[in-house]
Design a protein around this ligand. Structure first.
Ligand code: NAD
Ligand code: MG
Ligand code: MG
Ligand code: MG
Ligand code: MG
Length: 332
């Protein structure tokens, strides 16, 4: 463990594989995280069974990857650690179908805290409830593991019935490669609230709205949509890559002094801090969660409308045509 951070950060040296080596892990779902975690565990010598419904299209894929498959309730009954890697919106139904297989001393593990934090899943008392969440999409969890590297991850303990929940979560994080890159300890509440806030206010919602607003401002003022596309969307990747590699100062050092002065003096004007605080409040008080749960129960009417509007925005049409001109950019 390194003590130069404000929160515990663990690495390979902190994990003790004896907490996982004799256990059977049931992975429910074989999507982005499921396929990566199952294969990394198997390569680390852990006994893995993937729980998939009869007739699931993922069955053949898992078997082709050399992973044992069973129906979900049988996989859970057999397992010591059950990992919920089906989409968050279907987890409550899957939990109901498998919960009888959870015995005292077993672990119910998540990669995101939504259903526990907002009370959509209530696990039995004698079971450890943990989180091991790679901070990365599944294909990178798999690809970096195969290279002998890993992606950073989070662990959190919601319920520690055995007294060894944290040791086991760390051993799991090591077995999927995360401990090679660093594992931050957090809580379900902190993971969920920062994750939802980040994707709404900054990463997914904030960025796309800023790009669209910039694009529309230029196009409405009579500039060519192609110019607006390159300036507001395409170049964003170059800037974000610089920030990812060297932080804000790495980026400011690489752009022109004119861009740096203009950005430092004008950027703040487009940011609505009260809007951000109100987004955070909606996450903290459960209003967003309730809205999204109801939306799913109603078969997603608003979601479909928002998606249609996004798909029909002029920036999609212009961007689609322009990206064909440099399709080779996808290859990497
Ligand atoms: P996913 O959308 O890739 O798919 C999960 C799999 O679940 C599907 O491939 C399928 O095998 C199965 N599935 C789908 N619908 C089902 C249904 N109705 N009933 C039963 N099984 C069904 O999921 P994911 O993105 O890997 O997410 C799994 C968990 O990991 C979630 O809690 C998510 O928040 C978390 N997570 C995801 C990422 C990521 O980058 N994708 C990163 C960190 C954490
Ligand atoms: Mg069991
Ligand atoms: Mg996230
Ligand atoms: Mg998220
Ligand atoms: Mg420029």
């Amino acid at each position: 463990m390194t003590d130069e951070f404000t929160t515990p950060v663990y690495d390979d040296g902190d994990a003790d594989e004896s907490y996982i080596e004799d256990k059977t892990v049931a992975i429910l779902g074989y999507g982005s995280q499921g396929h990566a975690q199952a294969q990394n565990l198997a390569d680390s010598g852990v006994d893995v069974v993937v729980g998939l419904r009869e007739g699931s299209s993922s069955r053949q894929e898992a078997e082709a990857d050399g992973i044992r498959v069973a129906v979900p309730d049988e996989a859970v009954a057999e397992a010591d650690i059950t990992v919920m890697l089906v989409p968050d919106t279907v987890q409550p139904a899957v939990f109901e179908a498998v919960e009888d297989g959870l015995e005292e001393g077993d672990t119910l593990q998540f990669a995101h805290g939504f259903n526990i934090h907002y009370g959509q899943i209530e696990p039995p008392e004698g079971v450890d409830v943990t989180m091991v969440a790679p901070k990365s999409p599944g294909h990178l969890v798999r690809r970096t593991y195969k290279r002998g590297e890993g992606t950073p991850g989070l662990i959190a303990i919601e319920q520690d019935a055995t007294g060894a929940a944290k040791e086991e979560a760390l051993a799991y994080a090591q077995a999927i490669g995360c401990a090679r890159a660093g594992v931050i300890e957090t809580s379900f509440k902190e993971e969920v609230e920062t994750d939802l806030f980040g994707e709404q206010a900054v990463l997914c919602g904030g960025v796309t709205e800023m790009v669209k607003a910039g694009f529309e401002t230029l196009v409405d003022a009579g500039y060519a949509p192609e110019m607006a596309y390159f300036e507001c969307l395409n170049e964003l990747k170059l800037i974000v890559d610089l920030m990812y590699e060297g932080g804000h100062m790495g980026m400011w050092d690489s752009v022109s002094d004119t861009a740096e002065y203009g950005g430092l003096t004008r950027g703040e004007e487009v940011i609505d801090r009260e809007g951000m605080e109100s987004i955070l409040e909606g996450v903290q008080n459960g209003e967003f969660a309730r809205e999204w749960i109801n939306e799913n129960q109603a078969s997603r009417p608003a979601y479909k409308q928002y998606r249609d509007a996004e798909a029909n925005h002029q920036i999609e049409e212009v961007g689609g045509r322009l990206r064909e001109l440099f399709a080779w950019a996808d290859e990497e």
